[in-house]
Design a protein around this ligand. Structure first.
Ligand code: GLU
Length: 469
């Protein structure tokens, strides 16, 4: 049987980075086994689900390269089918109609509380009810839970991450699967959907582990084959608390905005809870080859933003220059930095050098800002202070010398060295004023690369402007 996994987010907010990791594990597992990876939007909570959240989830998955293999399934569109299964269970005697009023249920709970025992629903009075004696209360449908005497007396799940987990049947009670208004309950809907979508492996956060026993009731009552379950530990912050906004970015798209590359985020997330020795850089195709649930640990993992940043730098340096240029130009446009075609060409020319020094696309964009502008770039205070009369004189002299320079990167480098030698000064004494004139800053990629990328006309304009300031 071909492996089929699914990611099943509830569209009640943005896609959390923990959800992104769940999606990634489902994707990698399916790909590793040559199967399919699906998406189900669990939007049955009408009050809390929004169209914006659905869109954000789709955009996030698209950005991460985790779009599903089939069109997404919307749980809300399947209510008739959920109800149909509930009625089938009823017809088979695996479920029954229960007519408790809210007041009666509250009284049962209060009684359990007063006796200091956990509340366990007892529907025995409805099970053998003659329909003509039914009270005039709209009933719910409850599925019969396994009884303490059934089988081993326990419900057992062989979880692919948690190992064997069991709960005593004495702790399970008859769960509502269809409400009195005919709408399905969430735990029931999930089972019906997973069955109908032919899901073979349910990989999700371990906060759903306790739900699994209740979901097994529906599988077993219908006589359906249960999928394999894998409950993966949640992601915590550095302080060990569940990851939240106060630790840093948590929304998948926040990482995009901050200038992370999706492949770096995926690589980082994959290694968060799954490891392959000390290997840090594992691109997608290799990840597919290596990934298996056996390597997923049981302990919660801790999000380390510094590590992610480092990894992003590694991916940035390996990324295609044209792609980076496109992204950087879009960021500059968003920050309202004006540039024309020439500016765009200059960014691309300098990209191999720019990307050596940046860890995010945002850093890359701000480092590239001086290249795109026409004419002298804004000068920072430190640079301005170093633009002394001597420095200006040096620039004026250098401008003369550069007039005849061939404008190729290697030639420019030797040209500058020759100049320093002829004038009997250190290269730094030439490079620093030049850097200030060309970039408005005391830090930049190698100066010969900057000269070359700016082109003769633009470079000369900037040098002369600084010399005359
Ligand atoms: N909709 C659930 C959530 O967003 C996931 C349920 C599941 O994976 O079974 O937490």
């Amino acid at each position: 049987m071909s492996v089929r996994t699914r990611f099943a987010p509830s569209p009640t907010g943005y896609l959390h980075i923990g959800g992104a990791r769940t999606a990634l594990f489902n994707y990698l597992f399916a790909r590793h086994h040559g199967g399919q990876y699906l998406l189900r939007i669990e939007d049955t909570d009408r009050q809390r689900s929004t169209q914006e959240a659905v869109q954000q989830i789709l955009d996030s998955l698209d950005w991460l390269g985790l779009s599903p293999d089939e069109p997404p399934v919307f749980q809300s569109g399947r209510e008739a089918r959920h109800a149909e299964v509930a009625r089938e269970l009823l017809a088979r005697g695996k479920a029954y109609l229960a007519y408790d009023t809210p007041e009666e249920l509250a009284a049962m709970r209060a009684e359990a509380e007063s006796q200091k025992r956990p509340f366990k629903y007892d529907g025995s009075r409805w099970m053998a009810l003659d329909p003509k004696d039914a009270p005039s209360v709209a009933p719910v449908i409850r599925v019969r839970a396994p009884r303490p005497g059934d089988g081993s007396g326990d419900t057992v799940v062989q979880d692919l991450v948690q190992g064997e987990v069991r709960v005593s049947n004495a702790e399970l009670d008859d769960m509502i699967i269809l409400r009195s208004d005919g709408t399905p309950t969430y735990l029931h809907a999930v089972v019906v959907d997973d069955h109908d979508m032919r899901i073979t492996h349910v990989i999700r956060g371990d906060d759903h582990l306790t739900n699994t026993f209740r979901q097994c009731m529906v599988y077993d009552a219908m006589g359906w084959h249960r999928p394999r379950f894998a409950h993966i530990p949640l992601i915590h912050g550095a302080d060990g608390a569940k990851l939240s906004k106060r630790h840093g970015a948590v929304g998948a798209l926040e990482f995009r905005e901050q200038g992370f590359l999706p492949e770096a985020v995926c690589n980082y997330l994959m290694r968060l809870g799954w490891g392959h020795g000390d290997e840090e850089v594992i691109p997608r195709d290799k990840a597919i080859q290596l990934f298996d649930l056996a390597g997923v640990g049981r302990a919660a993992s801790r999000m380390d933003y510094a590590k992610l940043l480092h990894l992003n730098g590694v991916y940035l340096r390996a990324a295609d220059d044209e792609r980076l240029t496109r992204d950087v130009l879009a960021r500059l446009a968003k920050h309202e930095v004006p540039f024309g075609t020439l500016g765009a060409e200059r960014v691309q020319a300098l990209m191999p050098d720019l990307k050596e020094r940046a860890k995010t696309l945002e850093e890359l964009a701000s480092a590239a800002a001086f290249v795109v502008v026409e004419g002298p770039p804004p000068m920072d205070a430190k640079a301005a202070a170093l633009l002394t009369p001597e420095a200006k004189a040096r620039l004026a002299d250098l401008a003369q010398f550069l007039t005849d320079a061939p404008w190729e990167r290697q030639d420019l480098e030797s040209w500058l060295r020759d100049y320093a030698e002829v004038k009997g000064v250190k290269l730094g004494q030439v490079a620093q004023p030049l850097r200030i004139a060309l970039t408005g800053s005391t830090q930049s990629p190698p100066i010969d690369a900057v000269l070359w990328a700016l082109g003769r006309t633009e470079a000369m304009d900037r040098i002369l402007a600084a010399a005359e300031e």
